[in-house]
Design a protein around this ligand. Structure first.
Ligand code: GLY
Length: 309
């Protein structure tokens, strides 16, 4: 069975490292964690880790998750502030706790307990862009009372597809024929504090089953949560559909959503035979992804399929 690594374009700083490790026989979780750590530390990637966009209060809250497709053990963290590598905290949840998901203060406490590296994730440019938004969009009376003001209306107005809700996603089939997934994100720019997207929700942002395949989503996490998209793709494969048909079914599920946030969402999947597919729904521009297969010297970029919902 040929090894494979599928990531989205946000993974550029880490995809090469992850592919090298898989080529050398590393396990999927190790390769994915190493790749995602490089993305989280790279401040040119504005939707993941350090350099990610702030929430409405000007704070960077990070989400990450990993799932082991053999044991179905997962580890996820949500709304974590002040740590450089949420993916490694998620991995430690998977390996050291009898839980699957920690959020907020509890996640920070656990991160401190395991010695996770701290940092200020709000880089100067993110702070500048947030402050411009604050000065232009927040009424003067609210600026004076800030942050003791209602945020709901600001949140409704602050949906900015240009900043988006991107994520980095990594799916792997390794030399032990095991299928793993990992994701990390700063979520939606100007999100309501405490908002979790799909990324830390196993089955929404990612899912893996070594018997069948793996899937992960980027874009509007609210949609992936409502349709359970990653779990749906893998479950449709389990029920006998091909990768192609399983993704068509998951796209149909997304088409049934009414109301709420309906925006761009991109679905990524691999199967046990080493096939893959990436479909961007409602994308306004061409998106690419990274693919590495056993025997390739390095990952190469390919265009995603674009479909309107
Ligand atoms: N897909 C990332 C998010 O919605 O937070």
């Amino acid at each position: 069975m040929a090894r494979i690594l599928l990531t989205n374009s946000e993974a550029t700083p880490g995809v090469g490292k992850a592919a090298e490790m898989l080529a050398a026989g590393a396990g999927g979780l190790d390769a994915i964690e190493a790749g995602i750590r490089l993305v989280e530390a790279d401040t040119s990637i504005r939707t993941v880790g350090r350099g990610g966009w702030a929430n409405l209060l000007g704070e960077v809250e990070l989400d990450a998750a990993m799932i082991d497709g053999n044991s179905f053990r997962s580890g996820a963290v949500g709304a974590v502030k002040g740590f450089l590598h949420p993916i490694s905290i998620a991995r430690a949840v998977l390996e050291r706790l009898p839980h699957e998901l920690l959020v907020g203060e509890g996640a920070a406490r656990f991160a401190t307990e395991i010695g996770a590296e701290t940092t200020n994730n709000l880089i100067e440019d993110s702070e500048r862009v947030w402050r411009e938004w604050f000065e232009q969009k927040v009424p003067a009376a609210d600026q004076e009372k800030w942050p003791d003001v209602p945020l709901a209306e600001l949140c409704r107005q602050a949906i900015d597809p240009e900043k988006g809700m991107d994520t980095t996603v990594f799916l792997s089939l390794d030399s032990s024929e095991e299928i793993m997934a990992g994701v990390s994100t700063s979520g939606w720019a100007w999100k309501y504090p405490g908002r979790l997207g799909d990324s830390p929700i196993i089955g929404a942002g990612c899912y893996a089953d070594s018997r069948h395949g793996a899937a992960a989503c980027t874009g509007a996490g609210e949609m992936a949560i409502r349709a359970g998209s990653s779990r749906a793709i893998v479950l449709y494969m389990k029920m006998g559909l091909s990768l192609e048909a399983a993704m068509d079914e998951a796209i149909d599920d997304l088409r049934q959503l009414r109301g709420g946030l309906l925006q761009r969402i991109t679905l990524h999947a691999i199967d046990r035979a080493g096939r893959h597919r990436v479909v961007a729904l409602n994308a306004e521009k061409q998106l690419t992804y990274w693919l590495w297969r056993e025997g390739d010297e390095a990952p190469h970029a390919e265009p995603a399929e674009i479909i309107s919902l």
